[in-house]
Design a binder for this molecule. Structure first.
Ligand code: NAP
Length: 492
């Protein structure tokens, strides 16, 4: 049983128009702990009608929320932030229970997510317009930035406490209202955030949560004409489908999709820094992050030393139930995730890779997997082409900078990339040549709410975070005012 200081944070209902609803007769969604298989809760699944009810609630709430002075919206977002921070321990227990990540990582994610509310509470006050010098003396040209309206958000299971704030904070700061469909594996985090929104005083209908079947709830959100903006984080495959569906009603969209992040370790790198950076990037959330190092390329001169030291660090990672504070690697989210990691490992070994550490399922059973490093990876392996999304790190060898950049860019994805070097000229050359939206140089961790996050190519459209992130939820309106009495210029 999940023990919380405040058990009322554990909600098992839909949150629509500021009220908790358990529509009768729905088939229920069981939420389980991936570490133990224990059932944590049973939730009603929103029907199409429930989803429409939430969209209409968001529509009704929109005019008053948009009209509220930015300073007032800001106060409410700050109150939401403060409540998240005050409840971080309970929220971390909910997150670890339904997602599996170790408690310290869960706390880190929650505080990172909360920071978006604080950041955008300030940005709400800076949605500035513009004036443009007019072509005629009796005209004035003005540009307004206005909230787009009802927004729909669909989020993944790997970082629920971060992905939801990354969307809700800029949307609400801009004056938009939102209907959220959280991932079916991790709806309890979303509902706990909604409970805190309610306590913070966010008015009913401004933020609604409808867990349910992707094919029903997701479909309605993507096609309903009231929804003016769809913001999605998840796989590229589903992103493509949603983009096509949203085209029917010409919605504004932003997509944060899959990645296939390369890590380049040059001969001139500090190998210790590179090992720690690759470890942090690859093994956060057991390798289940969109910005995870998927392909590690080490230059010939330091290849053997890097593989040895990296494998040593990986072998030392402690695997176990995330509720044990000393654990660094929890279980994978489900059996499908284990099967994909196994398939990538099998394929790599069949094509000549050598297992240096790890190498398969963990003796703890269930969905635990040994943190694994393979050496001798080559370009035609699955690990080079697809996102593994598990704790398997393949190390490739390269000879020249040109070859490394070419191999790094040889993917349809373009989310995150990392490289390690002590050469300043190379930092600029390689940084500018890599076709990725987020680049870590001599670090494996780049996340910060004040920086723009997002991908190129098949990794997505749009940016989250920073002052740029709020633009995704704003429309631009140009007003041309004519017949203005021009200022008289006195005659000499
Ligand atoms: P997913 O299968 O694409 O699911 C993401 C969300 O979309 C879930 O809420 C899911 O609902 C919903 N969904 C699935 N099929 C749908 C459909 N046909 N119509 C509407 N909604 C649908 O991805 P995931 O497995 O949860 O997450 C892992 C993926 O997300 C990875 O590829 C990862 O790289 C990517 N990701 C990207 C970022 C980024 O910022 N770029 C961040 C995190 C994760 P159900 O749960 O009910 O199926």
């Amino acid at each position: 049983m999940l023990v919380l200081a405040d058990p009322t944070l554990l909600r098992n209902a839909l949150y629509i128009d500021g009220a908790w609803e358990r529509p009768p007769g729905t088939d229920e969604l069981p939420v389980t702990n991936p570490a133990t298989g224990a059932e944590l809760a049973r939730l009603p699944q929103a029907s199409r009608e429930d989803t429409i009810e939430a969209i209409e609630a968001a529509q009704s709430a929109f005019p008053a929320w948009a009209a509220l002075p930015a300073r007032e919206r800001s106060k409410l977002l700050k109150a939401w932030h403060d409540l998240i921070v005050a409840n971080v321990d309970d929220l971390a227990r909910i997150l670890t229970a339904e997602q599996g990540k170790p408690l310290p990582e869960a706390r880190g994610e929650i505080l990172y997510g909360a920071a978006f509310f604080e950041w955008y509470a300030e940005e709400a006050k800076r949605v500035y317009g513009e004036t443009i010098p007019a072509p005629k003396a009796d005209q004035r040209l003005i540009v307004l930035r206005q909230p787009i309206g009802v927004c729909a958000a669909i989020t993944p299971w790997n970082f629920p406490m971060a992905m939801i704030p990354r969307k809700a904070a800029p949307a609400l700061a801009a004056g938009c209202t939102m209907v959220l469909k959280p991932a079916s594996a991790t709806p309890l985090s979303a509902l706990a955030l909604a409970e805190l929104a309610d306590r913070a005083g966010i008015p009913g209908g401004v933020f609604n949560v409808v867990p349910g079947r992707a094919g029903i709830v997701g479909d309605e959100l993507a096609t309903n004409p009231i929804v003016r903006k769809l913001t999605f984080t998840g796989s590229t495959e589903v992103g493509r489908e949603l983009m096509a569906k949203a085209s029917g009603t010409i919605k504004k969209i932003s997509l944060e999709l899959g990645g296939n992040a390369p890590v380049l370790v040059f001969d001139d790198a500090d190998v210790g820094v590179a090992v720690q950076g690759a470890l942090a990037s690859k093994f956060r959330n057991m390798g289940q992050t969109c910005v995870c190092a998927n392909r590690i390329y080490a230059q010939a001169g330091i290849y053997d030393e890097f593989v040895e030291r990296f494998a040593e660090a990986v072998a030392a990672l402690k695997v176990g139930d995330g509720f044990d504070e000393s654990v660094q690697q929890g279980p994978l989210i489900d059996e499908a995730a284990v099967l994909k990691t196994e398939e990538h490992l099998r394929d790599a070994v069949a094509r000549g890779a050598r297992i240096v550490t790890g190498g398969g399922r963990h003796s703890l059973g269930g969905t635990y997997f040994q943190p694994t490093v393979v050496a001798g990876a080559i370009g035609d392996m699955l690990v080079a082409r697809e996102e593994t999304f598990g704790p398997l790190a393949p190390v490739f060898r390269f000879e020249t900078e040109e070859e490394a950049v070419r191999m790094a860019n040889d993917t349809e994805y373009g989310l995150a990339a990392y490289f390690f070097t002590r050469d300043n000229a190379r930092i600029w050359r390689v940084g500018e040549a890599l076709e990725f939206g987020v680049i870590g140089i001599n670090t494996g961790i780049t996340s910060f709410e004040g920086a723009p996050f997002g991908g190129l190519k098949a990794s997505g459209i749009g940016r989250e975070g920073s002052h740029l992130g709020i633009d995704e939820f704003l429309e631009i309106k140009y007003m041309c005012v004519a017949e203005i009495c021009p200022v008289k210029v006195s005659e000499k």
